[in-house]
Design a protein around this ligand. Structure first.
Ligand code: ADP
Length: 416
């Protein structure tokens, strides 16, 4: 019996001891956890578990918000990259496309992600530049021509980006097509102006030299030479004036004094200038002009517009050797627009020239235009004035028969 009691007491003592040990271990674990959490939440270790728990909850919430913010920022950045006007690609170390923005994707009809650059974009030169960058670890740049979806000239730059884990490559393709076109236009323009000025200058120089060196006794010849010098210098100054005017118009420096203008007044003024010229050149001028049509415009510029067109009509009708020599000027209202029509029975314009007729210095027959004192800038100026008045200008012509120029201007009011 005593044995049994002793066995029971000792078993209970062992059990109690084990329980004590377990409880101690649990407590020390809890303490360690609490310490860890407290450290994590930067809270005194004496604080209660609930407080630490709350603080950890707040930390996690903040973390979630930070991650959401980072994701949003990354998305914003990707949207900006995607919508950048210039094409760019991110290439991974194995030469495959990781990212291509919208502009870059428009340069291919294939899915680009995951493809090798040369498989995605039909331009082996980009592949060469990428290979070179991979080999040398230095940025490469070159001008290339691409043909899809249409011909374009681009500046291609390949830049290595050294990241911790690997090197990636950025390919930038800047579109230079417009810049190149403008550059070519500027070069053309300078060449044209130099040519236009050189021609009269050569002739002035030649005649002046002859007059100075040769002992010319024939007064009529002297007079003829002097007349040529005068004409050529007058043409040069007209050319310079037209050029300056066009420059002023195109740069926006020319101010337009807009007011209500009656088109009949403009037409009467122009007729006063052109009639003597028409009589001299044996061209009949007929007019059919509606009264009381008002437009919002600058009267000096409207006179310049009409004068250019009527002067051309008379000039290019007088240039015709046979057939009727007539010019008609009509002004009437149609659907809230004032229509100005200048029709002539002159030399006409060949079909292939029609699309170039408003370009600076474009002339169907350079020699004839020059002989008549033209600068080749009149129609470019005219079109600009029309556009400044929110109108439009068109023409129809039959080579050898005649031409009709039609100007449409918004009607301000009709007053009868
Ligand atoms: P230009 O000073 O040479 O007349 P414009 O710019 O006024 O320059 O006209 C450009 C060209 O358009 C002219 O050289 C001429 O070939 C053609 N042109 C213009 N108006 C007429 C017209 N009424 N009939 C025939 N050709 C015309």
């Amino acid at each position: 019996m005593v044995h049994l009691l002793l066995l029971f007491v000792s078993s209970a003592a062992v059990l109690f001891f084990v329980l004590l040990c377990l409880e101690k271990r649990k407590n020390s674990r809890m303490e360690a956890t609490k310490r860890r959490f407290a450290d994590l939440a930067e809270t005194p270790q004496s604080a209660s578990f609930v407080l630490i728990y709350r603080q950890i909850q707040q930390m996690l919430q903040k973390e979630r918000e930070d991650v959401a913010l980072l994701n949003a920022q990354q998305n914003n950045l990707m949207t900006i990259f995607d919508n950048l006007g210039e094409a760019f690609f991110i290439i991974s170390g194995d030469g495959k496309i990781e990212f291509a923005n919208k502009s870059a994707r428009s340069l291919s009809n294939k899915e680009l992600k995951g493809r090798k650059v040369t498989e995605g974009i039909e331009n082996y030169y980009i592949g060469d530049l990428l290979d070179e960058t991979m080999k040398t670890n230095e940025a490469q740049e070159s001008e290339i021509t691409m043909y899809y979806p249409k011909r374009s000239i681009r500046d291609c730059k390949v830049i290595p980006i050294f990241l911790k884990e690997q090197t990636k490559y950025l390919i930038l393709l800047r579109d230079l097509t417009k810049e190149k076109e403008l550059e070519a236009m500027r070069r053309d323009f300078v060449a044209n102006v130099s040519h236009e000025l050189r021609t009269p200058l050569t002739s002035i120089h030649g005649y002046a030299e002859t007059l100075a060196e040769d002992d010319l006794e024939d007064k009529t010849t002297v007079k003829r030479f002097l007349q040529i010098i005068e004409n050529e210098s007058a043409r040069m100054s007209r050319l310079i004036n037209d050029l300056l005017d066009l420059e002023k118009l195109e740069s926006g420096d020319a101010s337009f004094k807009m007011e209500e203008v009656e088109l009949k007044d403009i037409a009467d003024y122009v007729m006063g200038i052109v009639e003597p010229l028409a009589i001299e050149r044996e061209v009949t001028l007929s007019t059919d002009i509606e009264d009381g049509l008002f437009v919002e415009g600058d009267s000096d510029r409207l006179v310049q517009l009409l004068l250019n067109l009527v002067d051309n009509a008379v000039k290019y009708t007088a240039a015709k050797e046979h057939g009727p020599r007539e010019v008609w000027i009509r002004i009437y209202a149609h659907n809230n627009f004032a229509i100005i029509e200048i029709e002539d029975s002159g030399v006409g314009i060949p079909e292939e020239s029609l699309k170039h007729i408003f370009e600076r210095f474009y002339r169907v027959d350079k020699a004839r235009s020059r002989k008549m004192g033209g600068t080749g800038l009149g129609l470019a100026i005219t079109r600009f004035i029309v556009e400044k008045h929110k109108g439009n200008i068109s023409l129809e012509s039959e080579y050898g028969t005649g031409t009709i120029f039609k100007v449409k201007l918004p009607l301000k009011k009709v007053f009868k």
